[in-house]
Design a binder for this molecule. Sequence first.
Ligand code: FMN
Length: 361
Amino acid sequence: MKNLFDEVKINNLTIKNRFARSATWENMTDNGKINQKLFDLYEELAKGEIGLIITGYANIVKEEQPNPGMFGIYDDSFISGYKELCNRVHKYNSKIILQVAYGGTKTKYNVGERKIYAPSNISELSTGTTGTPMTKEDINYIVRAFGRSARRAKESGFDGIEIHGAHTYLINQFLSPYYNQRTDEYGGSLENRMRFLIEIYTAMRNETDIDYPILLKLTASDFFNGGLTFKETRKIAQEMEKLGIDAIEISGNIHGKGEALIGHEFEGYKIQKEAYFGEFSKIVAKDLKIPVITVGGIKNYKTADEILNSSNISMFGLSRPLLTEPHLIKRWKEGNIKKVKCVRCSKCRTPKGNYCVIFNR
Ligand SMILES: Cc1cc2nc3c(=O)[nH]c(=O)nc-3n(C[C@H](O)[C@H](O)[C@H](O)COP(=O)(O)O)c2cc1C
């Protein structure tokens, strides 16, 4: 029988249990720089016995920022702050991975004041924002920036890096036949739509080394007609495994609205009440040998335990429940396996920083 407190290996990295804090943008940096508030927040998470912490997303080029108060990783000036962050987390034997992203058109933040790239001239469905279709030079520029971010993550002492390929951000848009209507080698067939992601992954691998954990967060599906399908996501995960990606986290574009879609069926699989994308993640985990992390709607220790023992899923990602209870995993480890306190109201995104407004943390 597998246990949620077993060790897990991602590439050469050993993680003390099967719980990950999924990337959670905090809206607390000083112009991208880490500060005391964030040191304290991450130290608290590490004290709470979480095996792996994935940071809030960091922007890889200065001019691109989908949200305020997010981390930066676009030049070397960030490295010393992150060294301190990693040291603080490592003191408690938790591991920490930097998530990197190019946001793109899924934003309403300072639109009109900066150039926002997109694969094609298609406005994002939830924000209505349209971006500039990328030239080959623009693509090379972003690919290089992702590569350098990995070199910086490694120099900072992060235990790995995660590529944000989900939630309708730029990489997800390249993968999606709805957002990507290009007629060059980056559009059309799935092979072409994957090219941008593959170039990013390759640049990151080249800037680090074979042992450095590189993870990928993917959406199970775009969950609308004409968008990326689950069948395609399975294929992407398989191809990325062949290329050397070290773990895949399965999420959805609807994470905030997960509750509203419980019971809805997509391509024969249902959004679940607990572990929204569990059914999708189980299939991906069966296809692959590398660890698969499922994220979204994890509420009960027992449900995670059941999923663990009835599938190849290796890890469980949590975001909102850890805003409510940073010491949730410690509580579960000590035997109090009552359900998470988080009620998934998703009111945690506030202009004053992202925190649990219900339980007032
Ligand atoms: C305040 C907030 C910030 C988030 N920031 C990120 C992020 O930076 N990167 C990312 O991939 N997902 C982000 N997410 C999504 C979470 O990682 C996760 O996929 C989603 O909340 C579902 O998990 P949960 O049900 O455990 O909250 C964020 C979610 C919340 C609530």
